[in-house]
Write a protein that binds this ligand. Structure first.
Ligand code: UDP
Length: 314
């Protein structure tokens, strides 16, 4: 059996990934999470499988388990969550990746780092291609996450160059869907929950900033293709995202139309260093990951997500 560790396994992306991995009886899946933002309810289905195990632990602490593959997804990812304790965020990124790379080195496992489009900061290059080096403020309120993820990438490549550790690096663009925490403060969960509750939708700034939103199933497919790519010398980084680009006002209008909500829009201050625009360039993923591309357009993904979030409405 292939022994697979998913750190952040009870989180939004981690739980979706675990659910896909346990379907294969040749996989033994270990989800590790400290439940800081992850939630055990996300793993209810996985826990019914014999080839699944949950460990409550923090990636900041060393662990020793024999594994063949590591998906290092552990880190709070929504801006309010990662800014709530910024020093903890940086430590999770840095100590977490070191601990996972050490584990990979010890057992000759492959270590996949879950990096982010945040490494591009507020980008001057649009859409964002992998060889763009980014425009990140090292001292702002997003730096704990952005710089934490940037140094995580550099540690992966240094472990590879210095010790020959097997690495893969993906950069995940805004993702949404099943198992998101309704209170995590990200824009899609906020807008859907606000629309369903009949509350005003909170637009930060003038709502002209853009993002490209990827449904989580498309991301999981890309992650699995990247991990199981048979080339020893293909490390990435690879962008995984949906190139459709929308302003936050367009997103709000869609959510209002699809929920039939009578909610209004209310304008709030734009948080510091909020990127003005973002769109994934996915040419590398298409070429290197056997034609991978997102299959679920925003409207379809929003329908699924609205259904998912309804369970949280009394
Ligand atoms: N945003 C918004 N209203 C909200 C939450 C977020 O207008 O209630 C904006 C936010 O300022 C940002 C975009 O939506 O420009 C995406 O925010 P999110 O927190 O989802 O992700 P990130 O900023 O990390 O891409």
């Amino acid at each position: 059996m292939k022994r697979i560790l998913v750190t952040g396994g009870a989180g939004f992306v981690g739980a979706n990934l675990c659910e896909r991995l346990v379907e294969d009886p040749n996989n033994y899946v270990i989800a590790l999470d400290n439940l800081f933002t992850g939630r055990l309810r996300n793993l209810e289905k996985c826990r019914k499988h014999d080839n699944f195990e949950f460990i409550r632990a923090d990636v900041q602490e060393k662990i020793d388990i024999h594994v063949d593959q590591i998906y290092n997804a552990a880190c709070p990812a929504s801006p309010p969550a990662y800014q709530a304790s910024p020093t903890n965020t940086t430590k999770t990124c840095v100590l977490g990746v070191i601990n996972m790379l050490e584990l990979a080195k010890r057992y000759d496992a492959t270590m996949m780092q879950f990096s982010t489009s945040e490494v591009y900061g507020d980008p001057e290059v649009h859409p964002q291609v992998e060889n763009y080096r980014g425009s990140v403020n090292p001292d702002g309120i997003r730096s704990c996450y952005d710089e934490g993820k940037r140094v995580s990438e550099s540690l992966c490549f240094d472990y590879n160059r210095e010790f020959g550790t097997k690495i893969k690096v993906i950069r995940i663009f805004n993702t949404y869907g099943r198992y998101m925490d309704p209170n995590d403060g990200r824009v899609i969960s906020n807008f859907i929950m606000q629309a369903l509750r009949g509350e005003d939708l909170t637009i930060y700034g003038d709502g002209s900033q853009t993002r490209s939103f990827q449904y989580v199933d498309d991301l999981v497919e890309g992650i699995i293709r990247m991990m199981n790519d048979s080339r020893d010398d293909f490390y990435g980084p690879v962008n995984l995202g949906n190139p459709g680009e929308f302003t936050m006002l367009e997103l709000a209008e869609k959510v209002l139309a699809m929920t039939g909500s009578k909610s209004k829009l209310t304008y709030c201050p734009l948080p510091g260093d909020d990127p003005t625009r973002r769109r994934a360039s996915i040419e590398v993923a298409k070429k290197e990951l056997h034609g991978w591309e997102p299959k679920i357009a925003l409207d379809e993904g929003l329908e699924k997500s609205i259904e998912y979030f309804r369970q949280y409405i009394e």
